[in-house]
Ligand binder design. Structure first.
Ligand code: ASP
Ligand code: MG
Length: 417
């Protein structure tokens, strides 16, 4: 069994979906095909959820209409025999959302976000599945909400692996080779509410499938050649990395490399399942192989994470920042769902760099104010260079003000303005 994942960019046009078909046509064994929403659909659905929650019902419906039209257009250009049947399926998914949009919001924002945004993956997978069937492949569509069970932590739902494993077992006993086409990024609670696993979470869904099915490997098909040592849009000297270890990738992605969702690696590492990152435009290229193998002599791996804040916390009564204040801080971060990217402690002060999450930082300031004086600096970036000894840090920091620096033998990180 293999698992393939196609991201939004691989599904962004009729030609690209046809290319997905031609990649799958090379395969003879049963596999799970995990699909993202098409192109920028998730961003567009976020706007629908926002408008709805802000009480702009008509705007929400208008924005949703644009999404409907673009999916219907794609289906129209792609499908012939199965078009009418597919249109019915799309319509019933549209209705799920419209039914909700006609109501008034009475629950929390994150709940509505998930009910609206999850539709992107459902729509794209219905269209892709129909196309595969129409071109003669034995494709079968699965609503992942019947498989991936999560808690009700909307927008960042945690997966119940036990329940999900039981749901997957029947897939393993299907005799004839089948392409199971399903959705990334989404799941469902035990009360049948839709949930999402965090933006860009389709990679993680694919890794969950690979783990629970004991897959031979997982391939993530992307619109780039493979994993590079830096974002080629920011670094003209970026090079492809043919091999990487799980540890390297988890560090890169955690610090902001856009290659793979940071949660993807753990389920694969736990079962020793290799991850291949390949170009769907040119499948003959080798791409990047990520495995447990320790890869030596890597060039500097450079990652810039934007939209950072730096919290300066100083203990009010000049007591040392020991265990109790740190436990207090970590509990507070956990409660608010905040994850520090970098922490540096001194005698009476702590500095914490993290993603700017609107609203949450004010809550930190208020809650911590009994223990710490809290200063917040916004609009910063975090620049991480791994293996800096193999080639240096280069021009990113020229003309910038560095506010915090942290260095180990292998990795250096700068918080700068
Ligand atoms: N469609 C979702 C997003 O754009 C999930 C994904 O692409 O992985 O965040
Ligand atoms: Mg995506």
């Amino acid at each position: 069994m293999k698992v393939y994942k196609f991201g939004g960019a691989s599904l962004g046009s009729v030609d690209r979906i046809k290319q997905v078909g031609s990649i799958l046509r090379q395969e003879q064994q049963t596999m799970v095909v995990v699909i993202s929403a098409m192109g920028k659909t998730t961003n567009a659905l976020e706007k629908v959820a926002d408008a709805f929650y802000n009480g702009n019902q008509q705007d929400a419906l208008n924005l949703f209409n644009l999404i409907k039209e673009s999916h219907i257009t794609t289906a129209k250009y792609l499908l012939v025999k199965t078009y009418n049947k597919t249109l019915d399926e799309l319509e019933s998914l549209f209705t799920e959302v419209e039914w909700l949009l006609h109501d008034k919001p009475v629950k929390e924002y994150d709940y509505y976000y998930d009910q609206v945004v999850c539709i992107g993956e459902l729509l794209s997978s219905v269209i892709v599945n129909a196309y595969l069937q129409e071109t003669g492949l034995n494709a079968q569509w699965l609503d992942v909400r019947d498989i991936i069970r999560t808690d009700d932590h909307f927008r960042d739902a945690q997966v119940d692996f036990e329940f999900t494993r039981d749901r997957l077992t029947p897939l393993l006993i299907n005799a004839s080779p089948t392409f199971y086409v399903t959705q990334g990024f989404i799941g469902s609670t035990d009360e049948n509410e839709s949930t999402t696993l965090g933006r860009e979470g389709s990679d993680y869904s694919a890794a969950i499938f690979a783990n629970l099915l004991g897959a031979d490997n997982l391939t993530i098909w992307k619109d780039v050649e493979g994993v590079m040592n830096a974002d080629p849009n920011k670094f003209t000297d970026a090079v492809l990395l043919p091999e990487l270890s799980y540890a390297e990738v988890i560090e890169m992605s955690y610090y902001g490399a856009q290659v793979i969702h940071p949660k993807t690696i753990k389920p694969l590492q736990n079962k020793g399942i290799p991850l291949l990152v390949k170009s769907f435009i040119n499948p003959a290229l080798p791409g990047t192989v990520i495995s447990k193998k320790n890869v030596k002599g890597l060039p500097p791996v450079k990652v810039i994470k934007e939209n950072q804040v730096l919290l300066h916390l100083t203990s009010l009564d000049y007591s040392f920042v020991g265990e109790a204040p740190m436990i207090f801080l970590y509990n507070l971060f956990a409660e608010l769902g905040l994850k520090p990217n970098l922490i540096q402690t001194g005698a009476i002060g702590v500095q914490v760099c993290m993603d700017d999450k609107p609203g949450k930082l004010d809550q930190v300031a208020v809650s911590a104010s009994g223990v710490f004086d809290v200063q917040i600096e916004k609009g910063l970036s975090l620049y991480t260079v791994r293996h800096y000894a193999n080639g240096g840090v280069n021009g990113v920091l020229e003309g910038r003000q560095v506010l915090l620096l942290q260095q180990t033998v292998d990795t250096v990180q700068y918080v700068y303005r």
